[in-house]
Design a protein around this ligand. Sequence first.
Ligand code: ATP
Ligand code: MG
Length: 318
Amino acid sequence: MQKVVTIGEIVVEIMASEPGVGFLEPLTLKGPFPSGAPAIFIDQVARLGQPCGIVSCVGNDDFGRLNVNRLKADGVDVSAIRVIPEFATGSAFVRYREDGNRDFVFNIKQSANGQIGPAPEVDALLASADCLHVMGSALFCEGVVSLTLQAIDAIKAEHGLISFDPNLRKEMLDLPGMRQAMESILERADLFLPSGPELNLLTQAKDEAGAIAELLASGVKAVVLKCGAHGASYFDAQGRIDQAAFPVEEIDPTGAGDCFGGAFVTAWLRGEKPADALRLAAGAGALAVTRKGPMEGTSTRAEIDAFLSRQGASDPVA
Ligand code: ATP
Ligand code: MG
């Protein structure tokens, strides 16, 4: 079976129990929960039984141990998660506003994650990868960008595959070198998994059809557009497949896109038909939003299959 590797941040998430604005007064908090978009993605891949690993760094602290223990228990190769004693594990404090937006206090760039870079154990894991999944949120420091670009070249030279979820806020594109890094990753990506408006962030075309045509002409083999509760669509040279979202009660949307991506990439690598991969991914995304805590939303194949069979004949495929 093909091995999936990703590079990027591992953090703990600590959530305010009550919605409201910011962190300007003492609050009841719940956490630490294991988190970090690349970590959630790779945990979902592991829970589907696919060989996989992550390149990351944690501190010599409980926040790091909590994450490494969870990833290891779920089947992720943790050999390239380096422990950096001089730095603390990354963290994100999150509070939901009444309108669904979120306030954050991040410690990522200045955390152990800022030390992600080449090392013998990193090179060994990357050398074993058949597919590199690039998560845009991970490109927060130069070390990750250069390691990612080198890994893409090495994996493509061995006929491996590159999947790319830009997972970024528009403001991030204005950081020095970020647009250029994103463009060179997209140029070499086989599978592109943007979310909503991210579809057009790196294209000349500003409409959906134009952006899809441009991406497919540039060498991307398939595009999967995620649209939250509005579902997802798959595009390749053969055409388009739409998958509506499954109706669920949304408890915590964090991590839905990462679980969706982990499931889609796994099914795609296994050669499943695009419509089946899309349905599995939509199941993983729907299950993710029903659970509180970012990585708590990952699911096994049996859990997703059981969920999908409960959708039955009323399956809302568009
Ligand atoms: P993230 O916030 O993790 O970056 P994203 O924007 O990348 O998320 P979304 O589009 O929010 O990704 O979610 C991915 C997929 O998960 C959707 O295409 C859909 O299939 C499923 N999903 C997300 N939210 C819901 C929901 N409220 N109900 C049902 N399914 C959902
Ligand atoms: Mg996303």
